[in-house]
Design a protein around this ligand. Structure first.
Ligand code: PGA
Length: 254
């Protein structure tokens, strides 16, 4: 299975910084015949990255969110056709920051996911428990519930572009990544739940990314686990050198 390493820039980098990143990244990034890396910048930078990195083989550009309607009265949202016009190939859906701070529900995540897949975008659907849920040993329960509800509209046929990201909230931006053992346990659970939701074939093929304080120095041990198929990377993706080192270490270990 081809791994996938995706940069989630969150609300970081305006045009000048994105341009600087692209200039450095294009010098170090080694192309791949099958895409295995991606960047989700702030949308205002997508055209700029498209121009400077769009020709890089193996690199996908995408969005941090997507709406289910094509157009209409949805202030602050962007639709699948609008993203495709910008050259986006994937959308992150249901990130914990959206769930926690902007009231994103599993139902909305499900609609976003279905619309992205129906429109031909790769959907990277995020799930993960909070610190208190982790401490209360509710991880499996929380992740299974989120997964089922978030994939409610996904059919057994329509999932070739589906990617799941397990991101424990307590590991995001804390410098405290999940241990490879914790990640593997949850990824294994996700894969077995996926079997029931979309069938065995789809589940076996599905890329399940880990996210939360990944860096060039810990990606190899995570990737050594059989059900960890890549990473969704925040902080370590903001410097070209660091994101590229993470991709290379991940490729070598995957
Ligand atoms: P982090 O963020 O790598 O900075 O922990 C990951 C994410 O939120 O996707």
């Amino acid at each position: 299975m081809t791994p996938l390493f995706v940069a989630n820039w969150k609300m970081n980098k305006g045009l000048a910084e994105a341009r600087e990143f692209a200039a450095e990244f294009s010098k170090v990034f080694k192309s791949a015949s099958v895409p295995d890396a991606g960047i989700a910048p702030v949308l205002s930078c997508l055209p700029q990255l498209q121009e400077s990195l769009g020709q890089q083989k193996g690199l996908l550009l995408g969005s941090q969110n997507v709406h289910w309607e094509e157009s209409g009265a949805h202030t602050g949202e962007i639709s699948v056709p609008m993203l495709k016009e910008l050259g986006a190939e994937f959308a992150i859906v249901g990130h914990s920051e959206r769930r926690e701070f902007y009231g994103e529900t599993d139902q909305a995540v499900a609609k976003r996911t279905s619309a992205a897949l129906a429109g031909g975008l790769t959907a990277i659907v995020c799930v993960g428990e909070t610190q208190s849920q982790f401490e209360a040993k509710q991880t499996e329960q929380v992740v299974s519930k989120q997964l089922k509800a978030s994939l409610a509209g996904v059919s057994t046929e329509d999932n070739s572009k589906l990617v799941i990201a397990y991101e424990p909230v307590w590991a995001i931006g804390t410098g405290l990544a999940a241990t490879p053992e914790i990640a593997q346990n949850v990824h294994q659970l996700i894969r077995s739940e996926l079997e029931g939701l979309i069938g065995k074939d789809g589940a076996v093929e599905m890329r399940i990314l880990y996210g939360g304080s990944t860096k060039p120095g810990n990606i190899a041990e995570l990737m050594a686990k059989p059900d960890v198929n890549g990473a969704l990377v925040g902080g370590a993706s903001l410097e070209a050198e660091s994101f590229n080192s993470l991709i290379e270490a991940g490729r070598a270990a995957g």
